[in-house]
Design a binder for this molecule. Structure first.
Ligand SMILES: [Zn+2]
Length: 82
């Protein structure tokens, strides 16, 4: 993938405006989903949809390699709501 280049959306991906506003921490290259719209303050423990949690500010921002499939699945079960 070339930085700055638009990537084609996967089939079935309707754009997910709601999800684009969600705080999605990248942990070890895996991008997770949270219930937060924006990043809470440092030190806040954020529950991720897949059941993991993440302490905001505990890690350096990482480059996203792929999305957490478990988080995506939970999002799907919620009918696309983040
Ligand atoms: Zn996850």
């Amino acid at each position: 993938m070339v930085p700055g280049q638009q990537t084609a959306r996967a089939p079935g991906d309707t754009g997910g405006e709601t999800i684009e506003r969600a705080y999605r921490p990248v942990l070890g290259g895996v991008r997770h989903l949270s219930d937060h719209e924006t990043a809470p303050g440092n030190g806040t423990v954020v529950d991720l949809l897949c059941g993991m949690n993440h302490v905001v500010g505990s890690r350096r921002a990482a480059k996203r390699i792929y999305d957490c499939s478990a988080c995506d699945e939970v999002r799907g079960e919620r009918g696309g709501q983040a």
